[in-house]
Design a protein around this ligand. Structure first.
Ligand code: BDP
Length: 601
């Protein structure tokens, strides 16, 4: 799916700013597609939950409405007019004046709506977006809506981050020509010193396709013709972790001298390959250092913010991290583009978090239900999951920073039904992208003995909390079990293995000379214990600490104003562990502990 851009044939207008806002309960029976009767205005992009002081809005379960007026430029007559929502969490219906023009389900991927007929060039229209935050057993992520004794809806969910909702990413109005480029796919390879660029252009009508590759200075380094083809870049500059380099594939749809449409797709030339128990980027073994992150800041919730984007990447660089996982949903495209430009490696995850009823059983003591069954997570859940995989890969396939897809976090991979549920998803992901390895992050209950799906994947990503949720405060015992556990995975599956989560909740300012959970020293020592174990396991290919920063969760006795496993606080101040991670990771520089530097090979 192409990101809307301003090109010689396309115009782009940003619709961010303040929109009228109301919840469904506040507008009652009135026709809310008319001018909204409300005093409230919501910032876009931002989750709406923390903007207002009214708890009825923060805890609202159901639909909310965003509304603003939009003028379609006069000059767009004869063009297609589109609305593009970078995300609406979790489902949306879009109205132009009183007409429903489109809808979408899935809270973290973009969608476009053609409004050419509903909103002709030069007209001014009322744009209303209804957004629903409800999660059920057939949504991704899943959840359950219940009712209180007095009829208020409540949302339960199985994931450990606040169910922020609304328009947390940008909204765009844009034009494309009627004869247009619909999609571009770029797959790269390397042959000797040359870059190989295989491209595929989808168009709305048959017309000639012309392509050129421009280097970072705008010089043409390859050209060709045809909707699919292979180009060669002599003396290519590779996209490398820590040393990004991007080219543009400039695509034109033409008839002789007439250019119908033109679009430049950025890409990097790099290869990714799993060989034995290694992950190779450009033929070199890569060792992941970094974090599972969240899109989460005060007031904005999951609202994308360029200032936090820049600052978070500065902190990643400061601490020596070379990568992160988009736990537990696809992040804003701006984040991936930034990673592309700055050489940070990304494990790109779907929003399939919480497909695990065992976790709830374990935490509440309520007898667990089977996770996969017609009454719980079923075929309909799986087709929603399929759609999430399709939309993730469609959006992110051209990002060189993305080296692996994670199709779920902590599913009940130890339960019966997991294989039937996951095998078709793995097949689909491989069909959509044969070039990138696949993974899922394995929950603590899934052991090397009982896991039923790991062999379907390329890389083992393991989430473990030895020394936190189990053997709390006892790092010696934790070290023993962690090592046994990780060696078990390595031995049974013979695949590269990385730690996709390990962490300890930590209150900044809490100190102790003993192994005292919640203290800054305990977080530091807990991580150091994990690192000793990782460094003893030959199949190990990386470590992602949980979490980059503290983040908001639903209320509960396990959380104090959110999850405190951040190495940085929610406002991005370092805890003690940040300094020890910095020391370790800066010395590793993308190589496995003990491995020779690239120049020593
Ligand atoms: C894991 C989850 C993650 C949680 C983390 C924790 O993957 O989303 O936030 O544990 O408990 O189970 O901190």
């Amino acid at each position: 799916m192409l990101k809307p851009r301003s090109t010689p044939t396309r115009d782009l207008i940003n619709l961010d700013g303040l929109w009228l806002f109301a919840t469904d309960s506040s507008v009652g029976g009135s026709p809310w597609t008319a001018m909204l009767e409300t005093q409230l205005e919501a910032a876009v992009p931002a989750s709406y939950n923390d903007l207002f002081t009214d708890p009825a809005i923060r805890n609202h379960v159901g639909w909310v409405f965003y509304q603003r007026r939009v003028r379609i430029p006069r000059g767009w007559s004869g063009e297609r007019v589109l609305l593009r929502f970078d995300a609406a969490t979790h489902a949306a219906r879009v109205y132009v004046d009183d007409v429903l023009v489109g809808s979408h389900v899935g809270g973290y991927t973009p969608f476009e709506i053609d409004i050419t007929d509903a909103a002709p060039a030069g007209s001014e229209v009322r744009l209303t977006v209804a957004v629903d935050n409800q999660l059920t057993n057939v949504t991704i992520p899943p959840g359950t809506v219940t009712e209180t004794h007095d009829g208020r809806r409540q949302q339960q969910y199985l994931h450990d981050f606040y169910n922020y909702a609304g328009l947390a990413r940008s909204v765009w109005l844009h034009s494309t020509p009627t004869t247009r480029i619909e999609d571009i796919t770029v797959i790269t390879d390397v042959s000797g010193g040359d870059g190989i660029v295989r491209y595929d252009v989808e168009t709305s009508a048959s017309a000639d396709v012309r392509v050129r590759v421009l280097d970072a200075h705008g010089a043409v380094v390859a050209e060709g013709a045809g909707a699919t083809g292979e180009l060669s870049i002599p003396g290519v500059t590779l996209w490398q972790p820590g040393a990004a380099y991007l080219y543009d594939l400039e695509v034109e749809l033409v008839d002789g001298d007439t250019v119908f449409d033109s679009y430049a797709q950025a890409f990097g030339v790099r290869t990714v390959e799993v060989r034995g128990t290694e992950l190779l980027i450009n033929g070199e073994p890569f060792y992941f250092t970094g974090f599972g992150k969240h899109e989460d800041t005060a007031v904005r919730g999951k609202g994308h913010d360029d200032a936090y984007l820049v600052h978070d990447f500065q902190l990643l660089e400061w601490i020596g991290a070379n990568s992160f996982r988009t736990s537990h949903y696809p992040y804003a495209e701006e984040v991936l583009e930034f990673a592309d430009r700055h050489g940070i490696v990304v494990v790109d995850e779907t929003a399939a978090v919480g497909l695990n009823l065992g976790v709830q059983g374990g935490l509440t003591g309520v007898g667990p239900k089977p996770t996969f069954s017609p009454e719980t997570f079923n075929d309909e859940t799986r087709s929603a999951h399929e759609q999430h995989i399709r939309e993730l890969i469609a959006r992110d396939k051209n990002h060189p920073s993305v080296v692996m897809w994670s199709i779920a976090n902590e599913p009940a991979s130890n339960e019966d039904g997991a294989r039937e549920y996951f095998a078709p998803l793995v097949e689909l992901a491989r069909e959509l992208d044969p070039t990138r390895p696949l993974t899922y992050a394995a929950v603590m209950f899934a052991t090397p003995q009982n896991d039923q799906i790991a062999d379907l994947f390329d890389i083992l990503s393991i989430n473990r909390y030895w020394g936190w949720y189990v053997f709390t405060g006892d790092l010696e015992t934790a070290e023993h079990y962690l090592e046994q556990d990780l060696r078990g995975w390595a031995q049974r599956f013979g695949k590269p293995i990385m730690m996709s989560e390990y962490g300890a909740d930590t209150m900044p300012g809490q100190h102790s000379v003993w192994d005292m959970p919640w203290s800054e020293e305990y977080q530091r020592d807990y991580l150091a214990m994990n690192h000793r174990v990782f460094d003893r396991i030959p199949e190990f290919i990386g470590e992602h600490v949980w979490n980059f920063a503290d983040f908001q969760t639903s209320a509960g006795i396990h959380r104090v104003d959110g999850n405190r496993k951040g190495v940085f606080t929610r406002d991005r101040k370092p805890k003690t562990a940040a300094f020890s991670l910095r020391e370790r990771w800066s010395s590793l520089d993308g190589r496995k502990p003990g491995a020779p530097a690239a120049s020593d090979h």
